[in-house]
Write a protein that binds this ligand. Structure first.
Ligand SMILES: [Fe+2]
Length: 309
């Protein structure tokens, strides 16, 4: 190969000269974005190795760990993304990808447990589709534009774990689509539905992501949360989660998914008066939250995007 074509091979003796040769070898990359990514990856990977004095045995160990990550992954488990989650990379990328103006509803990870086509649920309906799957909780609020105008006909796609910390598609004791539902807002942008109060749950630690957590002495818990995808014609679709504000893990989410604006408070109801008001036996919780959307293109289909969350 002609050394002048950009693919200059290493006849160099220092790490810095090898870095320069590597960067030169990518100069003819046709696609501009691919070129940018390759150049930055080489530059930062080399800098990382230099900073920590990375050794050949450590490089081989890293290759073994990445091989294991591939082997343990399948269509419903994405170990590389779980590693990205616990390294905080997923949420750094989320911030970079989903910048929102002040006051707008913020995004968070989709997680691997989303199922499309959840049953439509009427206003004030119940997405708990079987008995004894948690303490009942009533959710309500509005979907609004940035200028506080109601968005009628917005769609909320909701899913969460049961009181045992499991999603229905990972729990043989739960019925199909339990604690999943889609709702449409009314004329004033309002929504309301019954579900259960979510609980914290662990992310899997039997793969390389678990190695990272174990090495660091970190826990593997996510704070209790309810997943929402909120969409409306003419507005940006938002994939997000609402976190229980007083959850013991809310300040230490294993995947760093919590944002301040995504915390909600649950109010416990235990009085006969509240039973009459809500038509439910106590105890139960209520929580309210308004989703504020930004004008833009509506995402039609949600593909698996990020994280074991
Ligand atoms: Fe989740």
């Amino acid at each position: 190969m002609n050394p002048q074509d950009g693919a200059v091979h290493a006849t160099t003796s220092t790490a810095e000269m090898i870095t320069q040769s590597t960067l030169a070898s990518f100069q003819n990359t046709k696609d501009p974005r691919t070129k940018e990514l390759l150049l930055a990856a080489a530059k930062h990977l080399h800098a990382f190795a230099t900073e920590v004095g990375f050794t050949t045995p450590e490089l081989i160990r890293l290759a073994e760990i990445l091989t294991t990550a591939g082997q343990i992954s399948d269509s419903s488990r994405h170990e590389f993304l779980l590693m990205s989650d616990v390294m905080g990379l997923t949420m750094v990328v989320d911030y970079l990808t989903n910048k929102k103006p002040a006051g707008a509803h913020e995004s968070s990870v989709l997680g691997p447990f989303y199922r499309a086509d959840a049953p439509w649920t009427e206003m004030n309906g119940d997405i708990s589709r079987q008995q004894n799957c948690g303490t009942p909780a009533h959710f309500s609020g509005r979907v609004l534009s940035l200028d506080a105008q109601p968005i009628a006909g917005a769609v909320l796609d909701v899913w969460q774990v049961a009181g045992n910390g499991l999603y229905e598609n990972t729990d043989p004791d739960q019925c199909e689509f339990n604690l999943r539902g889609r709702l449409k807002t009314g004329a004033s942008g309002e929504y309301s539905f019954w579900s259960v109060k979510p609980v914290p749950y662990p992310i899997p630690v039997d793969g390389p992501a678990g190695l990272i957590l174990k090495a660091a002495g970190r826990h593997n818990m996510r704070p209790a949360h309810v997943h929402f995808i909120v969409s409306a014609e003419g507005y940006q679709t938002v994939i997000s989660e609402l976190f229980t504000s007083d959850d013991p893990y809310v300040e230490g989410d294993a995947v760093f998914g919590v944002k301040e604006s995504l915390k909600i408070e649950y109010q416990l109801h235990e009085s006969a008066e509240d039973e009459g008001k809500y038509g439910r036996p106590c105890p139960f919780y209520t929580a309210t939250y308004d989703f504020v959307l930004v004008p833009g293109r509506t995402k039609q289909e949600i593909a698996f995007s990020a994280g074991r969350a």
